[in-house]
Design a binder for this molecule. Sequence first.
Ligand SMILES: Cc1cc2nc3c(=O)[nH]c(=O)nc-3n(C[C@H](O)[C@H](O)[C@H](O)COP(=O)(O)OP(=O)(O)OC[C@H]3O[C@@H](n4cnc5c(N)ncnc54)[C@H](O)[C@@H]3O)c2cc1C
Length: 352
Amino acid sequence: MKISVIGAGPVGSITALKGFENHDITLHEEHKTQPIQCAGLISKSGLGRLGVPLKKSIIKNEIQGAVIVSPAGNSFRIDGKGAKAYVIDRREFDHYLLDTAIDCNVNFINKRVKSLGDIKADRIVLATGTDYYLHRKLNLDIPKRFLIGAQYEMNLECDNNFVELHFNTPDFFSWIIPVGDYVRIGSCASRNPVPHLENFLKKLKKDGRIKNPKILNRNFGVIPIYDPNLRTDYGKIITVGDAAGQVKASTGGGIIMGGISAKHACHPDYERRWRSEIGRELSLHLMINRFLSRLSSKKTDKLFSLIKEHKWILEEKGDMDIASQALSGLFKNPRFTLKFLWQLPGYAFDML
Ligand SMILES: Cc1cc2nc3c(=O)[nH]c(=O)nc-3n(C[C@H](O)[C@H](O)[C@H](O)COP(=O)(O)OP(=O)(O)OC[C@H]3O[C@@H](n4cnc5c(N)ncnc54)[C@H](O)[C@@H]3O)c2cc1C
């Protein structure tokens, strides 16, 4: 089959890498250097599922767990006791995947695609990230809800093997991701996240964690919220990755889910295949996101202190991508379930 892939972010390049052996693939990318808006955190298990070998230099740090900080500032640590995730250099990752695809004889055209009129292909894969220009032109489904992320790179005191998630924004959270000699610190919200990030920085400064306030790098980006009803297969044209909203709504992570979908992008049964592999998990992440965004700060504090009591379940069963593992672990525990229903009456049904 002749396949044109539009967009050489990770998802477009993985599509090409998974399809080049059986198909004649052309990859279109408008930029010389792909734009980066990412914290670069990916699970080790997810990377294994993608089956793309990585160069060692792309991995900047290994993460073994997370510190969760509730709205009132109470914290607890989930320790996976060993490397569970990697912090990657996104720019190098994207370049590496694209270069590997080119080395595999994938044709590369370094130009923006403005219309599909000139493209002679049996299948066109839109891997255009959150640039929905072609979707609009072709009247394809576009995600309806988005989060906006703001992220700075700077120096800050933290434990180098733990990410921090601070639930201090109304609809999402702020993060600190140690990269090695610096951190990525960011906030996400459904509207302008910059005031939340600035407030967070003020608090960290007050706590004495920022010795050098210099911001080394700033980036801003949009995260689509998964919508299970979004159509992704239009016969000759399919959408994949952020272009199809295949992002975990509870964390904003899209590399692994988009990459897993990309494995199926050259298959005639694309939509059924990606949904059967990750559709349920994406829906569970959406449910968690909805549930948390409906809880007041007080209720979120209550929920987190309950999770803290049972954090061993997450330490044993938790996986950044597979939400069902953590949820079933928690809800199979009768003590957790009883306390959950007792402390958060009525909210349980909101999750459905
Ligand atoms: C602040 C922030 C932090 C994030 N942190 C994480 C994280 O820690 N972990 C994680 O897994 N995910 C994270 N994400 C999400 C992640 O960045 C995306 O899910 C991922 O980039 C999606 O890959 P993609 O290939 O679908 O799209 P993209 O990476 O956006 O690539 C799309 C490519 O298509 C090209 N393109 C678009 N239109 C055209 C056109 N018409 N012609 C030619 N080329 C075109 C663009 O130039 C671009 O290179 C984060 C997002 C944000 C905003």
